[in-house]
Design a protein. Structure first.
Length: 496
């Protein structure tokens, strides 16, 4: 790599790099926000567009399937075609799709446009994280940048519910999508000015087409099967067939990658134990996180009868806690390492889930919910930031997009699994309560709370399992942070 390429990034003034970080963080915030912002608006969408109860879930599912399915491919395309180029293309698609979402006139149109929005998100998220990785050198500076990234990622789901409730109550459900348009346009204008183009410094530009088809199809089928299982049952023939087909495609992807001369996902990357441990922990943490907000929203709206705006405002405590303590998390991670901070954060997340499991039928916000929100926010900050740092530790410049796509995929698939499992458990134990307590219905507060309680206990166990995985798999700081053989991710820059 030439000296000019090696110094292209470090010669840029610090304020330019941090402003560039603000641009990609804003884009990531939009992507994370749109995973959760729809939840509180679903009743209004159902009424206005005459959705059937069965099809309503597709407003969320269409986004999740395309988002989760294309993340790995998006990450590799960023390496091959150019990270800024793919980032801008993804933002353009995401912004146009958001406008079309708000203008949707029927069930089918909204579902189709949400799918396009998810595809745009799958291009944006890994490209943005790989831009961050190749802009900031591994160590203290990148950890500071990832602390900001982690604050956005960790608080995005809670902020989504807050903003969704406010916009739906003040205007209409269309505005949860329209709000992305001016932000997306601003990012499109600033990106060519502030972001430098970079791509992997490879001797080839081959795309592993067969591997891309196998993993994209496998992940899309997996997310679809998990979402569908909540309404059709886990042991139904169609669910089992979809899961089997997904497993076959993913297994086929592994075989293809072992034989490919230019693999979409170089499997040797998993020799980085810290990366592997961070991804597995991310899968488990996201499973608990997405499900946590899903169940808490149902509890506040269906049991405590909070309005959409009140439900959104209730999440202020956890959102602000994540933002405030993310700076602490990156500082601690820089000082003592991922292996210590990440398990501790996941244990705190588990403690919050145990408190959620003890929520009563007639709960009060400041005595029952607020303390758990503060502990949960602290846990998320101390987990998301080191997880993001660990997922990129020791990664070579030519694999920055792959590693970014991998951690995003782990989080998205983990969230799909978590919501599917938690909603199934909650519904099952709500039914059990109704059957054993005559006079209650599935909509009664006692029955719903019983189902939520069991689901929260399971999620707490998942978070604890993530803490154990992180403590076992992630390398000690002295080994993970190599100095002699680690490759500092310096990008190959191309002038626009």
């Amino acid at each position: 790599m030439s000296a000019a390429a090696a110094t292209a990034d470090t010669s840029r003034p610090d304020n330019r790099r941090w402003i560039a970080l603000a641009v990609i963080v804003v884009a990531q915030f939009m992507v994370v926000l749109d995973v959760a912002i729809v939840n509180v608006a679903l009743p209004s969408i159902k009424t206005d567009l005459h959705f059937s109860e069965q099809n309503l879930q597709w407003v969320i599912t269409a986004y999740s399937i395309l988002f989760g399915g294309f993340l790995l491919l998006g990450g590799r395309l960023a390496d091959l075609l150019g990270r800024r180029r793919l980032f801008i293309a993804g933002i353009a698609l995401f912004t146009v799709s958001s406008l079309l979402d708000g203008l949707a006139w029927s069930e089918g149109s909204l579902i189709a446009f949400r799918g396009l929005q998810g595809l745009g998100a799958a291009l944006v998220s890994p490209a943005a994280l790989s831009i961050l990785t190749t802009t900031f050198a591994e160590g203290r500076e990148r950890n500071r940048a990832l602390g900001i990234w982690g604050a956005v990622s960790g608080s995005g789901a809670a902020a989504g519910v807050l903003l969704g409730g406010a916009l739906t109550s003040a205007f209409s459900w269309s505005w949860i999508f329209f709000v992305n348009v001016p932000v997306g346009v601003l990012v499109l204008v600033l990106s060519p000015l502030l972001l430098r183009e970079s791509r992997a410094n490879l001797t080839h530009r081959y795309l592993d087409a067969s591997g891309a088809v196998a993993i994209t199809g496998g992940l899309m089928l997996l997310v679809y099967a998990l979402t569908r299982a909540t309404t059709h049952g886990w042991v139904s023939g169609s669910t089992i067939a979809l899961l089997a087909a997904s497993a076959a495609l993913i297994a086929g992807f592994v075989v293809i990658e072992l034989r490919s001369r230019a693999p979409l996902l170089p499997l040797g990357i998993f020799r980085l134990r810290t990366l592997t441990g961070s991804n597995v922990s991310g899968l488990l943490l996201s499973g608990a996180l997405f499900s946590q907000f899903f169940l808490l929203t149902l509890y506040m709206q269906q049991v405590l009868h909070y309005s959409a705006i009140k439900t959104g405002v209730a999440y202020v405590g956890i959102t602000l806690t994540v933002i405030v303590f993310s700076a602490v998390a990156q500082s601690l991670t820089t000082r003592v390492g991922v292996r210590i901070v990440l398990p501790f954060g996941m244990v705190l997340s588990a403690v919050a889930l145990v408190l959620y499991a003890r929520l009563p039928v007639h709960g009060h916000y400041f005595t029952d919910l607020f303390p758990a929100f503060i502990i949960g926010g602290l846990g998320l900050a101390l987990a998301f930031v080191p997880m993001s740092i660990g997922a990129l530790t020791g990664v070579r410049a030519d694999e920055a997009g792959v590693a970014s796509g991998l951690i995003n995929t782990s989080q998205q698939v983990g969230g799909a699994i978590g919501v599917a499992v938690a909603s199934t458990i909650a519904a099952t134990y709500t039914s059990h309560y109704v059957n054993s307590h005559p006079g209650n219905t599935a909509a009664s507060g006692a029955a719903l709370t019983h189902g939520f309680t069991i689901a929260f206990w399971v999620l707490a166990a998942i978070a604890l399992a993530g803490a154990v995985v992180a403590a076992v798999l992630i390398e000690p700081r002295s080994r993970a942070e190599r100095t002699d053989d680690a490759v500092v991710p310096v990008p190959h820059f191309e002038e626009a």
